[in-house]
Design a protein around this ligand. Structure first.
Ligand SMILES: Cc1ncc(COP(=O)(O)O)c(C=O)c1O
Length: 400
């Protein structure tokens, strides 16, 4: 069979492959980016879902507009304005099938074969895979604790005047858990306002914040309407309904609407109405506060287990939000090799290499702390500590 050339770029997501192994009961998995299912508000959702079916079931089961369910778009605009200091209305919001669809559509909208895209180093593996379908090339710009390195970004923008898109995750990034500082956000926007390039700001984790400080969206400083903000209910509510959104200027949003129309007509009308009803009947802020307490506790358990069980020179991030920790092993190590040993001992994580679009580094890995229960967190990290300790002693004796 002859397939389109773009299929040559596509490989099975490494995470999906690892998740297959980790479905076995005995494996303690820190691999997926899964929220804790114990925290899904199932009963409240049942009330909202039934309400919709009883009150407007036949409308909910009908085709709908591409833009999305108007009351939900309004609720999203209000939440974005109050949480992230943007100034948008329902007309600036398009509902999509999760932020993942927005990533795919962004590639479709901005990237032709061979085009250059700038992203952080490392960055979200699912975005790399989505953009890669459009046969683009990646330039990774170093991400420091404070955010993207602006000197490196400026050099890159000057050296490549044909860059077509910039993709960033300023809040509790997947995979590192880092959050850009306020200062870095402002300076980033000052810099990119000198270039006519769209910026995709992907923000699934910005509300899962452990230190009570929600930082503004890049849109706050967006004088030229360059920023396209992506949001989702996946991490603050549940991923199974597949409801996310794109917020951008009218000119850009109209093009996304055209793409969505020709792709899937609209996001599930029923899911949108049910989420909207949930937001109307219940206080999602109460639910989010519950998530924050639970995930902060798990972050603390994970970090103290790492401190106790990992050799002292292994570096790790201390995220103030989100679902992930990023661990850096000594330069010469391969986290893929480490994973093979860990899986034999029934513990799993995602190796770092696929988060670098050009495969720059092999010695880091991502650890998800939201999904496992507290006992499994301690047990799994202690097992990994034992394995890393053995590697560590072996590599020390090689250097001596
Ligand atoms: C940075 C980032 N963007 C997008 C997504 C996809 O989110 P959604 O479930 O809304 O498609 C994820 C999911 O983990 C993510 O981490």
């Amino acid at each position: 069979m002859k397939y389109a050339n773009r299929m040559n770029q596509m490989t099975a997501s490494e995470i999906r492959e690892i998740l297959k192994v980790t479905e076995q009961k005995q494996v303690i998995s820190f691999a997926g980016g899964l929220p804790d299912p114990e925290l899904f508000p199932v009963n409240e959702f049942l009330t909202a879902a039934n309400y919709v079916l009883k009150e407007s079931g036949s409308q909910g089961l009908q085709y709908s507009t591409t833009e999305g369910f108007e009351p939900l778009r309004m609720q999203i605009a209000n939440r974005m304005n109050s949480k992230f200091q943007s100034q948008i209305t329902k007309d600036d919001v398009l509902i999509v099938n999760g932020a993942q669809q927005a990533l795919d559509m962004s590639g479709k909208l901005f990237l032709d074969k061979g085009d250059l895209i700038v992203c952080e180093s490392p960055t979200y593996l699912g975005a790399i895979n989505a953009f890669r379908t459009y046969e683009c090339r990646f330039i990774s710009v170093l991400t420091e604790d404070e955010g993207m390195s602006l000197s490196h970004l400026e050099e890159t923008l000057k050296a490549h005047p044909d860059i077509r898109m910039i993709y960033v995750i300023p809040d509790f990034q997947n995979p590192t858990g880092r959050r850009w500082s306020l200062e870095r956000r402002k300076r980033f926007m000052d810099l990119i306002s000198c270039y006519d390039i769209p910026v995709i700001e992907d923000n699934p984790y910005g509300e899962i914040v452990f230190d009570n400080q929600i930082f503004p969206s890049l849109k706050k400083w967006d004088k030229n309407n360059q920023v396209i903000s992506l949001g989702t209910f996946s991490k603050i509510f549940c991923p199974g309904l597949r409801v996310g959104w794109i917020s951008a200027s009218q000119e850009i949003l109209n093009r996304y609407i055209l793409l969505k129309q020709s792709s899937d007509l609209h996001t599930s009308n029923l899911s949108q109405r049910q989420i909207s009803k949930y937001l109307e009947l219940f206080d999602i802020e109460v639910h989010i506060r519950k998530l924050i307490l639970a995930y902060r506790n798990k972050r603390d358990i994970a970090v103290s287990a790492i401190k106790k069980c990992f050799p002292a020179d292994i570096k790790y991030t201390m995220p103030e939000g989100g679902l992930f920790l990023w661990i850096e092993l000594p330069e010469s190590w391969s986290s893929r090799e480490l994973l093979e040993v860990c899986i034999k001992e029934n513990v799993a994580f995602v190796p770092g290499e696929p988060f670098y679009p050009n495969g720059e580094k092999k010695n880091a890995f991502r650890l998800n702390f939201s999904n496992a229960d507290e006992e499994k967190l301690k047990e799994g990290i202690s097992k990994m500590g034992g394995i890393i300790g053995r590697y560590h002693s072996a590599s020390m004796s090689e250097t001596i």
